[in-house]
Design a protein around this ligand. Structure first.
Ligand SMILES: [Zn+2]
Length: 181
């Protein structure tokens, strides 16, 4: 459920059978998020919010509602750009170096640039559209190499290095950017 609060803007409420009490956090868009036990009524949710206003104001970086919407818009644009680029770039390198993958998935996780699953699905973060091209290509080559090595062994890095001679430098530079949108 999402409800509108006059102070914090849209508040995301997640009802979970595992929740033991009320927990406040910040969503990736900067919205206030509340996790509550499954059968908590709307009335109680709002009361929890009201009794915790002061703590939230002091401790949680809730973004201004305008900023929340600006971020939604930015994410939409980035997703559009990513859709028109990343799957084709992946296909290009896969063909060039003879890799076969099942599927390309676009993600917007906060923590990782990409991943490769055992069923050969390669996930790429749409935040890659914000980093310089050599770093973006490095992530793609890194994930493709995982099709042959599902670890970070010497053999894995040797394969990455055979396609991207500057991979160590690219890996290091990538740390200056955050995958979060
Ligand atoms: Zn890896």
């Amino acid at each position: 459920m999402i409800f509108n609060d006059s102070e914090f803007g849209e508040v995301i409420v997640r009802r979970s059978p595992l929740a033991r009490g009320v927990k406040f956090s910040i969503s990736t868009s900067g919205r206030l998020a509340m996790s509550v036990p499954k059968y908590t009524s709307d009335f109680l949710v709002k009361r929890f919010l009201n009794t915790n206003r002061k703590m939230i104001r002091e401790k949680l970086p809730v973004k201004d509602p305008n900023e929340q919407r600006a971020r939604d818009y930015q994410k939409k644009l980035l997703m559009k750009k990513a859709k028109e680029y990343l799957p084709y770039r992946l296909e290009y390198y896969a063909k060039l170096y003879g890799y076969k993958y099942e599927k390309c998935r676009l993600t917007h996780a906060n923590t990782r640039w990409g991943s490769c699953s055992s069923n050969k699905t390669i996930s790429l973060n749409i935040g890659l559209m914000k980093v310089p091209e050599p770093l973006r290509d490095y992530v793609i080559l890194h994930e493709l190499a995982h099709l042959n090595h599902m670890d970070h062994s010497k053999a894995f890095w040797a394969e990455v290095g055979s396609h991207d001679k500057n991979y160590k430098n690219h890996e290091k530079k990538l740390k200056l950017f955050s995958p979060g949108v």
